[in-house]
Ligand binder design. Sequence first.
Ligand code: FPP
Length: 236
Amino acid sequence: MQKTLQHIGIIMDGNGRWAKKRFMPRVFGHIKGANTLKKIVEHCNHIGLKHLTVFAFGRENWQRPEEEVSLLMKLMLKKLNKEIDELHNKNAKIQFIGDRSRLNPELLQAILLAEDITKHNNGLNFNICLDYSGQHDIVQAINTIIKEGKHKQITESILESYLYTEGMPNPELIIRTSGEARLSNFMVWQSAYSELYFTNTFWPDFKPNELDCAIAWYNNRERRFGQTSEQLKDKE
Ligand code: FPP
């Protein structure tokens, strides 16, 4: 892995279609998707990645059938309770990103506990976006700034310090599975210079070796940040 790759964001898409193809209920895809996530987190830990952020539930996902939403929340609670000790033993620091006000109390309790137990760990920073929307994050940041009344004018770095992702590097690589080529409100601010990797693989089928392929693809990208190729070569 190249040094410049510190943060990978993943939009874990295609659980429903994966299940449908197998004539199974959508929730079966989410269960398989959660197993995939476990393997990917283990792999990220293994390769020494510093930050992994996954999109588990968007603000817009509340509009899904009530039964699916409820099963997804139950699945997250179950997985969190099951995996927390192992993640802690592996030195991972867990953080949930998003609006916590609508989460059920039991899940919120488990989240607070997981974050507290792992807060001093310095291995993989594993961030889970839950009730998250990138645009909403920017709005909540601006509202907090207005309420505090400390800043007459804001800069990029001031705004960044009020986002849920405060203190994290921006993701250099964002992966979306299932053939969709859009960000769907994931890290809209933080993705300004991200390399975007789209694959047709449905999330439940996404394997660690495909993550390696995405990283290899990233390592071959020329990251110019507004400069020309020639300018970059001169600096080498
Ligand atoms: C998108 O697939 C996936 C989700 C909305 C849920 C992602 C959740 C998990 C992988 C499960 C567990 C997460 C944790 C943190 C334990 P989709 O349902 O939109 O698929 P579709 O586009 O094929 O319908």
